[in-house]
Design a protein around this ligand. Structure first.
Ligand SMILES: Nc1nc2c(c(=O)[nH]1)N=C([C@H](O)[C@H](O)COP(=O)(O)OP(=O)(O)OP(=O)(O)O)CN2
Ligand code: ZN
Length: 153
């Protein structure tokens, strides 16, 4: 098995509304995203991507386009968190992303995985596999979704 991993970082605000401690407060993180792809290196002399599973710059560009640009400097809010949604709605032109689940590291990792899977796997036909998405919420805390994980929702 041959994999590559690209790391991207973005800033976003969130809160965990039901949390019994600090995380119910509005706060933010510098999230770190690790994208791991499996595949065979492209073999074509003279091609820019010769020897690569996917050019790291393409891994970044696709993630930026389809996910990171939407979440960066946004507030990620759970759709049922009405007080915060109303507050955010009162701010003119505020960048808000409403999610269908609470913005924990686990849920963000699952959303990122589901969003990016088709993006990468459609890029080179069936040759690429999105193996895992890892999201660090802090340097000490992260969640990971792997291709073998079962989404039990
Ligand atoms: N399983 C989860 N637990 C927690 C989540 C989460 O998404 N999934 N999120 C939070 C908080 O939002 C916050 O991101 C974590 O804060 P904290 O535990 O304080 O993390 P630190 O790395 O800053 O912890 P230190 O103890 O200061 O190292 C909480 N739990
Ligand atoms: Zn947090």
């Amino acid at each position: 098995m041959l994999t590559i991993t690209r790391k991207l970082e973005f800033d976003a605000g969130h809160r965990i509304p039901d949390h019994h401690s600090q995380c119910r407060n509005l706060h933010g993180h510098r999230y770190v995203l690790h994208i791991t792809l499996e595949g065979d290196p492209h073999k074509k002399d003279g091609d820019s991507s010769n020897g690569m599973i996917l050019d790291f710059s393409e891994v970044k560009r696709l993630a930026e386009t389809h996910l990171v640009s939407h979440w960066d400097h946004a507030f990620l809010v759970y759709e049922n968190d009405m007080p915060v949604r109303q507050f955010l709605d009162s701010l003119p032109n505020h960048k808000t992303v409403v999610l269908d689940r609470v913005p924990t590291a686990e849920n963000l990792a699952q959303i990122a995985f589901d969003t990016l899977k088709d993006v990468y796997e459609g890029f080179y036909g069936n040759k690429l596999v999105l193996k895992s998405i890892r999201i660090y919420e802090t340097p000490n805390c992260w969640a990971e979704v792997t291709a073998d994980s079962v989404d039990v929702r």
